[in-house]
Design a protein around this ligand. Structure first.
Ligand SMILES: [Zn+2]
Ligand SMILES: [Zn+2]
Length: 286
């Protein structure tokens, strides 16, 4: 299990990977470009090559995240076009960075209703993926269900994947905070969640975990990340992810609120402790 955190890529990929190594991360996530903007970005291939070399040398796993402001379900043709162009670009950046996938949030139906929003999301995904044949998977992230967000449940996510013409190009990223806020799991129901992931086939397409506690209560449909152990989910419940033998092959990435990335160093140490304690309690070798 590769425990890591989100790192700023403002000074390039190489610097981001160096920072991750310095903090003791085994995996990292970076934005493909400014998360609140969609301005096209030129890939600095020299920087990308140096970054990828470092990733390989230190055996780090990289996950890319696309900007928040795209909307796969937008009813507006101009916004749909911008979304398609932007996410295609993100896939190419993620490829140059040697990323295992590009995380994208599910669509928002913005008042048009879930049925329309889902249909539109599938349509937009098809328009993106028919233009991309590279190795990077587009990773659909489950949402907290804030506003008109789609994609709260494992079942919905699997249905969206199956409805596209390119399911083989789609994987998943599971966010612990979003799923809790969407009422999809809590400590007591972890085993059921994992069972559902397996039964539906979701687990075999799961590529990354966003590991966050939640400031907002269970089923509140509010997306508010919190540091591990300081929120409504709690460290005992979250530790179940770290210990589960079904999830050990995945990168686990912190997106918890920090004022300075250096705070992640301590939080990752804490995660390793939780994992060791959990494994010892389960009577396994750490
Ligand atoms: Zn997330
Ligand atoms: Zn979130």
């Amino acid at each position: 299990m590769k425990i890591g955190c989100h790192i700023s890529v403002g000074r390039g990929l190489e610097q981001a990977v160096l920072r991750a190594i310095e903090l003791g991360a085994e995996s990292l996530q970076v934005f493909t470009k400014n998360p609140r903007g969609l301005r096209p970005k030129k890939i600095d291939h020299q920087d990308a090559t140096k970054g990828v070399d470092l990733l390989q040398k230190h055996d780090l796993t990289l996950v890319c995240h696309t900007p928040y402001i795209t909307n796969l379900s937008t009813p507006k043709p101009d916004l749909q076009e911008v979304t398609i162009r932007s996410i295609l670009e993100d896939l190419h950046i993620a490829e140059a960075y040697g990323s295992v996938g590009a995380v994208v949030h599910c669509g928002k139906h913005v008042g048009e209703g879930e049925e329309y929003g889902t249909k539109r999301m599938v349509e937009t995904l098809d328009l993106i993926l028919e233009q991309y044949d590279g190795p990077v998977k587009l990773l659909l992230e489950n949402t907290a269900g804030q506003g008109s967000e789609l994609g709260l449940t494992i079942r919905d996510l699997m249905e969206i994947r199956a409805a596209t013409r390119f399911p083989e190009k789609i994987g998943f990223c599971f966010d612990t905070c979003h799923a809790f806020a969407a009422g999809q799991w809590r400590g007591e129901t972890f085993d059921e969640l994992l069972e559902e992931m397996e039964r539906t086939g979701y687990l075999e397409h799961l590529v990354a975990i966003h590991f966050n506690d939640s400031k907002a209560p269970f089923a509140s449909r509010k997306d508010r990340h919190e540091k591990i152990g300081k929120g409504e989910i709690g460290s005992e419940a979250l530790a179940k992810f770290l210990v589960s033998d079904k999830l050990q092959h995945l990168p686990v990435v912190l997106e918890t609120p920090v004022e300075d990335e250096r705070e992640y160093a301590d939080e990752m140490v804490y995660l390793h402790e939780l994992r060791r304690e959990g494994l010892a309690a389960a009577g396994q070798e750490g």
